[in-house]
Design a binder for this molecule. Structure first.
Ligand SMILES: Cc1cc2nc3c(=O)[nH]c(=O)nc-3n(C[C@H](O)[C@H](O)[C@H](O)COP(=O)(O)OP(=O)(O)OC[C@H]3O[C@@H](n4cnc5c(N)ncnc54)[C@H](O)[C@@H]3O)c2cc1C
Ligand code: FES
Length: 316
């Protein structure tokens, strides 16, 4: 039965959920204990995945805000976008180095796993004690799924790829997760990636219909030009989409033909879309880069509600 003490959360399509606040629990914890699924990631107040807004437009992080009676909050995504995840068996088709610091893995699923471009999965490969999170780099229509994996020396995933992985290895995939997905609005869209933060952005760009798209700009940032990858895929996309492509490397030799500097400095290079309140932005990569890009875009008057981000925080 409805109670005035219940917390009410309204999704962007107008659908709402009500649940009782649990003393000593966060809003997210209270929602989950009542059997609801909401988007979350770090669950410690850093990644902003769980962000909602109150009636005055103030941001409320559901994972760290204590549940209080009668709260009313709005979410920037639709309820069907956070359906409970599914578990799938998968087998590796192929894997290779895409640059000195990035692996690309291609795999097939036993049964399809629908997802929105930009979402991620949890994968558990043989010999790994706990799953790791990676974003799909393929469009949902793709027959294979593709992951871009940063090579972290000593990392469980990296060690598997460097030492044990072979085609036909079986593993499990759970998902999809996340609300960092492409919104079908008519606003110009800016994408800013740091390193393998490019993966969900390639998925989004590959899903866009060239006939109906607004103008697009991508900044693909790499620590060093030797880390740069997926350049051919990006250039191919730029042939069919109205896409301004800026490749940025913090460190580069004279052979590098892109911008030298970080992705935030590269914002000054954008010529084809306005960097103001008309534009929507998608930011993905290391938390420091994502936060710096967000601040820089807010300073240029992009609307906070039109900036979407995914921070590649470490799996705990
Ligand atoms: C929603 C989401 C989506 C993600 N998508 C991708 C993706 O598409 N591609 C991708 O490459 N990564 C992605 N990540 C990051 C990835 O999940 C982690 O980096 C992962 O745990 C690395 O696994 P590993 O087994 O190689 O290293 P681990 O065994 O987990 O860690 C090895 C060492 O590296 C450090 N470390 C791990 N991750 C990071 C990091 N991100 N930054 C700095 N130090 C780190 C650890 O502290 C540890 O010392 C995503 C993360 C999230 C939360
Ligand atoms: S899940 Fe709440 S901020 Fe990360």
């Amino acid at each position: 039965m409805e109670s005035p003490d219940n917390i009410r959360i309204t999704f962007s399509d107008g659908e709402a959920m009500d649940f009782p606040p649990i003393n000593g629990e966060s809003i997210l914890g209270s929602a989950e204990k009542a059997g609801n699924t909401l988007a979350s990631n770090c669950r410690e107040g850093t990644c902003r995945t769980c962000m909602a807004r109150d009636a005055d437009g103030n941001e409320v992080l559901l994972c760290i805000t204590p549940a209080q009676p009668g709260m009313a909050l709005n979410l920037p995504y639709q309820r069907p976008d956070v359906m409970p995840p599914s578990l799938r068996r998968a087998k590796i088709n192929a894997f290779s180095r895409a640059s000195r610091s990035v692996w690309e893995i291609r795999y097939r699923l036993q049964f399809p796993l629908p997802f929105l471009p930009g979402q991620y999965v949890e994968v558990l490969f043989p010999g790994m004690a706990s799953p790791r999170r990676f974003s799909m780099a393929n469009p949902p229509s793709g027959k294979e799924q593709v992951l871009h994996v940063r090579d972290l020396p000593g990392g469980a995933m990296s060690t598997y790829l460097n030492e044990r992985a072979k085609p036909e290895d079986a593993f499990t995939v759970r998902g999809p997760f996340g609300v960092f997905y492409l919104r079908s609005t008519a606003r110009p869209k800016l994408f800013v990636a740091g390193g393998t933060g490019l993966a969900p952005i390639v998925s989004m760009l590959s899903s866009i219909d060239p006939a109906t798209t607004p103008p697009l700009a991508v900044i693909a940032g790499f620590a060093d030009a030797e880390d740069a990858y997926a350049l051919e895929a990006l250039r191919t996309l730029a042939k069919t989409l109205p896409l301004e492509l800026i490749l940025a490397a913090d460190k580069a030799s004279e052979a590098w033909r892109g911008f030298v500097g970080n992705p935030i400095a590269a914002l000054g290079e954008i010529r084809t879309i306005p960097l103001d309140n008309r534009t929507e932005a998608y930011l993905c990569g290391p938390p420091g880069m994502v936060n710096a890009a967000r601040s820089a875009l807010l300073a240029r008057n992009l609307q906070a509600a039109a900036i979407f981000n995914e921070e590649f925080v470490h799996s705990s």
